[in-house]
Structure formats: structure tokens, C-alpha cells
Design a protein around this ligand. Sequence first.
Ligand SMILES: [Zn+2]
Length: 135
Amino acid sequence: MEIRAKVQPMWESDDRTVDYALARLAVLREFRRGRLSKPEVCDAQPELIRAASHLGRPKQEPCPICESENLVSVMYAFGPKLPAHGQCLEGPADLSKLNASASANKVYYVEVCLACRWNHLERMSVLGAGDAASA
Ligand SMILES: [Zn+2]
């Protein structure tokens, strides 16, 4: 799956979480100025739409593009013991499992609009390998 990040992310102090809020704002600003078209920003792949409709967690936030539906959030994990194309996570139990893992896994949170196919990274967290609990 392709994950869009048009602007360099800002690392937080712990280096295990990246917040893409600024990148998201930049994309929305470019869209409102007409420098990005709707097909360019509403380009969720069928696989992502499928994952979002089955496993997405509803957010209390309307889509910034079409404003007709609330966004859903999907979690994808990438790691040495996971499929190369990533694994869609179902919920907190999956996160706990990754956190207890001996290897470092990257979990990407992606917001998706099922109405217009807008999608953007929300944040990335590294889970596993290095936590005191896994020693
Ligand atoms: Zn939308």
C-alpha cells in the first residue's frame, strides 16, 4: 500500500512517534488554493477503502474535503515479521501484541473518507523492541 507524505514529518521528542498533522494541513491548504485537484487528494486505493470500511474506527471529525461523512481511521503495521505489504490491524489487542514483540514495528494511522476517498497519514508509532516490558 502506498502512503502519502508530501512534507517532511516532524519528529516528536521520544523519536518513536511521528505526527503528520502539519503535512495534512499543507495538503489541505494546497487543495483549497487549487494547486492540488480532488482526484490527487482523494486517491485511496481500493485495498485501503476495503480495509477502512471493514476495520476502520469512526472519528468524530467530518471529511475536510467533501464534509459529507465522518472520517474513519485505519491502522497498518510494517515490521520484519509482518507481510511486506503491511498488515491491517483490528484493534487494541493487535497493538498490544506488536508492543510486546522483540522486533520494532511501525504502525501507521491513516484517516480515510469512504464517501470521496480522501486519505492521509495521521501519525506513525514504533511499537516493540526497546520497551522495558520486552526486555
Ligand atoms: Zn470525503
